[in-house]
Design a protein around this ligand. Structure first.
Ligand SMILES: Nc1ncnc2c1ncn2[C@@H]1O[C@H](COP(=O)(O)OP(=O)(O)OP(=O)(O)O)[C@@H](O)[C@H]1O
Length: 270
């Protein structure tokens, strides 16, 4: 099973949000999606996850266009954890994760012990088993994020798509969550803001800018001083450690500031 975008564009009304994005997700990889705010990461992930239909080009699951695959069937292959998804309330953690089984349930295949076992396993894989009977709204941000991932895992997807999964987490929980996701036996596509995390955890990185996929490759190929300057407007040195992993060291006070550039003000007046 493969996941692919072919020359995909997505428009919001008449506004072109992403254009000409071609991407083939390799089975078993951890693919990071990076780019400045508003560069189109969420829009691209939404098309990749089948949540939005492309305006141009094709989104494919296996060799089938996603528009020909029903939502239910799509949800058996792709689990999507959206940014700041916080809609469920007054239900237990177990029930929140059980929602992930929805694509498999019908009058002919009602809830069974098999579904219970999958929910238990999903909770265990994000180390949230002991929280199963807790009410969702009593969880911390990091715990909620783990439950969201468990809900997506209960879908038993081939692909797990995560939109900024470490948002609002402290550094301990950011690293813990990414380590946990990396160890899961699924293909992962994750939009990440922290470029050092992308360097640490990703097999490949897709870099977005201005609604286009401008580069795709290993962290060492993508996270260069030049790219960080050109795309993010930051000055940084890249160090490669003895395991071949790159580490970014940012230079303070040396960034391109569009506000300063536009106004010519060095000390903005408020
Ligand atoms: N439904 C919409 N209608 C109009 N504009 C939209 C819509 N959805 C997204 N946009 C715009 O498209 C651009 C890309 O948005 P998107 O959320 O994909 O970027 P992003 O890279 O995920 O940003 P961030 O890092 O801030 O989360 C933004 O300028 C956003 O305002």
């Amino acid at each position: 099973m493969s996941l692919e975008l072919r020359n995909v564009g997505w428009n919001a009304g008449f506004k072109k949000i992403i254009s000409d994005v071609s991407l083939h997700v390799t089975r078993g990889e951890f693919l990071g999606v990076i780019g400045p705010n508003g560069s189109g990461k969420t829009s691209m992930m939404s098309v990749l996850g089948g949540i939005r239909a492309p305006s141009t080009g094709q989104a494919l699951l296996g060799d089938q266009p996603m528009k020909k695959i029903g939502r239910r069937n799509l949800a058996r292959h792709i689990g999507f954890v959206e940014q700041q998804a916080d809609t469920i309330d007054r239900i237990t953690v177990r029930d929140a994760v059980a929602l992930g089984r929805t694509p498999y349930l019908s009058l002919l295949t009602p809830w069974s012990g098999h579904d219970d076992a999958i929910v238990c396993e999903a909770l265990a894989s994000v180390e949230m088993g002991p929280f199963a009977d807790r009410m969702w709204h009593t969880l911390s941000g990091g715990e909620k994020q783990r439950v969201h991932i468990a809900r997506a895992l209960a879908q038993q997807p081939d692909f797990l798509l995560l939109d900024e999964p470490t948002n609002h987490l402290d550094i301990h929980h950011q690293l813990g969550l990414l380590e946990l996701v990396r160890a899961l036996p699924v293909t992962v596509v994750a939009a990440l803001h922290d470029l050092n995390h992308a360097a640490m955890f990703c097999d490949r990185i897709a870099m977005m800018n201005g609604g286009k996929l401008i580069a795709l490759g290993t962290p060492e190929q993508i996270l260069t001083s030049q790219n960080l300057h050109d795309v993010f407007g930051v000055a940084a040195d890249i160090e490669i450690d003895d395991q071949g992993r790159c580490h970014i060291r940012y230079h303070a006070g040396n960034q391109k500031s569009s506000a300063i550039k536009k106004t010519g003000l060095r000390n903005p007046v408020f």
